[in-house]
Write a protein that binds this ligand. Structure first.
Ligand SMILES: CC(C)(COP(=O)(O)OP(=O)(O)OC[C@H]1O[C@@H](n2cnc3c(N)ncnc32)[C@H](O)[C@@H]1OP(=O)(O)O)[C@@H](O)C(=O)NCCC(=O)NCCS
Length: 239
């Protein structure tokens, strides 16, 4: 779904980054820059006689196409290309599973090694959280990482996620402790981490998330009533 319009007009902008939904050109670039240490979906199809890079490239492509092909307002996964200074530096995914009932989003991300450790992991996550809490009316964001993925866990804690338990998880050939964290909408709004994120081009995507009528973006564009402006202030969408 997100591979074409109207999603291709969606832009999330932070202090240093621009995030746009993955399209075919963006996916081709991500496949080239995909680092070897990024864990891909262990359920992805594998092919005998194919080298490791080609196998990972196929997995990323098939996972992305599967997300596009199985999109529904209830269950969706929206992958973004993350760029800094016009260069593609990674990917950030926002996911909603049974979203209409749970109002809960999950996320996944990776950056090329040269782009890590500059605060861009936090910015990329904050960008999609601004979309989730400001425009998609999410109530919770969850995140999970292996207990020793310190960077991923630090991104979550920095953005106000709180402990949400641990499980023993089986992924690929690893069986180990997975740490779960959860961010509440009230905490996100209170911290104001999304205030500097700019969201553009979301209005035309609203029906694909099961959202009816005009959203905060349209209202912020100057078509709002006084009552709608008051709502806008309460939800503090990240513009
Ligand atoms: C996870 C990832 C996207 C985070 O992006 P990043 O740009 O490295 O993170 P940031 O620079 O925004 O740093 C965020 C926090 O992580 C901390 N951090 C970064 N790398 C760290 C490391 N190797 N060890 C411990 N803490 C680390 C930073 O100090 C910062 O914490 P602070 O805000 O409390 O100071 C990136 O490291 C990555 O691509 N990792 C490989 C893929 C991956 O594991 N993805 C997550 C799968 S669940």
């Amino acid at each position: 779904m997100f591979l074409t319009t109207p999603f291709t007009d969606l832009r999330l902008t932070t202090a240093d980054l621009v995030l746009r939904p993955v399209d075919e050109a963006g996916l081709s670039t991500l496949v080239v820059v995909l680092p070897d240490d990024v864990e891909l979906d262990p359920r992805a199809t594998t092919y005998d006689g194919v080298g490791p890079h080609e196998r990972r490239a196929a997995a990323l492509r098939q996972t992305t196409w599967a997300s596009a092909g199985t999109w529904s307002p209830a269950d969706w996964a929206l992958p973004f290309v993350v760029a800094a200074g016009g260069e593609v530096v990674g990917s950030q995914v926002l996911e909603g599973t049974d979203f209409r009932h749970t109002r809960t989003v999950d996320s996944a991300s990776w950056l090329v090694p040269g782009a890590r450790g500059r605060g861009w992991g936090v910015q990329a996550r904050a960008a999609v959280l601004a979309l989730a809490f400001g425009w998609l009316e999410a109530e919770y964001a969850v995140s999970s990482a292996w207990h020793d993925n310190h960077a991923s866990l630090a991104v979550s804690r920095r953005l106000g996620y709180e402990p949400n338990g641990e499980t023993i998880h089986h992924g690929g050939d690893r069986v180990d402790t997975m740490v779960h964290l959860r961010l509440r909408r009230a905490r996100w709004v209170e911290d104001g981490a999304g205030d500097t994120v700019r969201v553009e081009g979301f209005a035309a995507c609203r029906p694909y998330f099961g959202l009816q009528g005009r959203g905060p973006e349209d209202r912020a564009a100057g078509e709002s009533t006084e009552e709608e402006q008051a709502d806008l202030g309460r939800v503090r969408p990240g513009r």
